[in-house]
Design a binder for this molecule. Structure first.
Ligand code: IMP
Length: 428
């Protein structure tokens, strides 16, 4: 029986991970975030009420689950505190169940200012970031001068580090980006107040996870974004700044590969992307517009419309292999209901090596396989025998192309709208 399950997006994010984490979290001891930050937006619909989570693990709506944020997550204390307040207003107890690694890099006002200024400067080649300061915070970590959550609870340490940092960034903001300088004392005072509020939640997350694993506890690792946004394996530079593939669990939570029993890859029945960057199967016609409309494809963090296209089985297969995905969860099949034709990209014309960057990706020409669509609704179906035959053929073909089974089919936004062919926690 699997005790540690990882959930990863296999496309460009927004695959519906939040709902699946929530579904699998009902019986787990801990739900863990290990990369990304509040650029993520995991939407849950429970009893008709919609909740969007950004940094707090999606297990928070399961009272028994502890919610742990590993060292690989960049934390904006401002956004986190707002999220906690929002949930507590809805009657969800958060503070006593939330643990934050003191090693999490901190996102403060200057990271957001830099993110926005950089994007503006990039003009037409803007990445289309969420503007949340994610890249600049990871950059601070890699340059080795960034603040971590632990720094917010020690005034002398905080002021000592912040002064030279803001000296440097204010120079850039003013002289290079033509923006206003930020006040060191204001940023420091704000950060210290955040530190006071979050200090009870700081703890050794890796140590906790080692203990939980040793005790045979059930742990769910919740990925944010998707594999094609991975800083190393995605459509660089149109990517996020963390490892969204499996390695992120090891570095961002401090667990070993052998501590993972099952990896669930989430994929939509088609593809979407927000922001700029290559998207070989993107549809610029009425079919793409129909997918966007029926799938309600608008970003849950920024509200931006998502670009839509057919499923790319070449990229999916590569990401399945890269992350050692055990089984897939296919979401939003119902969006394709009653399409007369459904296509899957099965090859890139004349290309054998997988693309490594935007320039290669931009040159790709997808080769499609065409499938007859199905009539009738798949929405809310909980039994495979009720699925239209043509829909089953579509699922079978995806499994054959990608080489792993579809273990879960999500048939609607509600918690109960699924067909579970194999429970990841039941798998051995
Ligand atoms: P950043 O993560 O804000 O730096 O944005 C980098 C790229 O990742 C942009 O194209 C964003 O639209 C995309 N991105 C970041 N977070 C998400 C997400 O949760 N879902 C989908 N795309 C995302």
């Amino acid at each position: 029986m699997a005790k540690s399950v990882v959930i990863l997006g296999t496309q460009w994010g927004d695959e519906g991970k939040g709902k699946i984490v929530d579904l699998l979290a009902h019986d787990v001891d801990a739900v863990v975030r290990f990369q990304g930050g509040h650029n993520a937006g995991h939407t849950l619909v429970i009893d008709g009420q919609k909740t969007v989570l950004h940094v707090i693990p999606s297990g928070v709506l399961t009272p028994k689950a502890r919610c742990l944020v590993g060292n690989g997550v960049v934390v904006s204390p401002k956004s986190l505190l707002k999220e906690i307040a929002g949930l507590e207003q809805q009657g969800v107890e958060v503070k006593s169940r939330l643990g934050l690694s003191p090693a999490c890099p901190v996102i403060l006002r200057y990271h957001e200012a830099l993110d926005l200024a950089r994007e503006k400067k990039r003009g037409k080649s803007a990445i289309g970031t969420t503007g949340r300061g994610i890249g600049p915070a990871y950059e601070d970590k890699v340059v080795r001068h960034g603040l971590r959550l632990a720094d917010l609870v020690d005034e002398a340490r905080l002021r000592g580090k912040l002064e030279p940092l803001l000296d440097y960034y204010n120079f850039m903001l003013v002289n290079y980006f033509g923006q206003e300088a930020l006040s060191v004392s204001e940023v420091a005072d704000e950060a210290l107040e955040y530190g006071r509020l979050i200090s009870p939640m700081l703890m050794d997350i890796t140590g906790q996870l080692h203990d939980l694993r040793d005790r045979g506890a059930k742990i769910l690792y919740e990925g944010a974004q998707g594999a094609l946004l991975d800083i190393d394996h995605g459509t660089y530079p149109y990517v996020t700044s963390s490892n969204t593939t499996i390695g992120g669990v090891m570095t961002g939570a401090g667990m070993a590969p052998g501590d993972i029993d099952y990896v669930l890859g989430i994929t939509k029945a088609y593809s979407t992307r927000v922001g700029g960057g290559p998207f070989p199967t993107e549809l610029h016609d009425e079919v793409g517009a129909l997918i966007a409309e029926r799938g309600n494809e608008f970003g849950s963090t920024t509200g931006r419309p998502r670009r839509c296209g057919w499923l790319d089985a070449v990229a999916l297969k590569r990401m399945v292999r890269t992350s050692g995905i055990t089984g897939l969860c296919l979401t939003k099949l119902d969006v394709l209901d009653s399409f007369s034709e459904v296509k899957i990209c099965v090859e890139y014309e004349g290309v054998s090596d997988f693309p490594i960057g935007a320039e290669d990706w931009d040159r790709l020409r997808p080769v499609y396989e065409s499938h007859q669509g199905w009539s009738g609704s798949t929405q809310g179906i909980t039994d495979r025998s009720q699925l239209p035959a043509k829909a089953c053929e579509y699922l079978d073909r995806i499994e054959a192309l990608v080489g792993v089974p579809i273990d879960i089919l999500s048939t609607g936004p509600e918690r109960g709208a699924n067909i579970i062919f194999r429970d990841p926690f039941g798998a051995s």
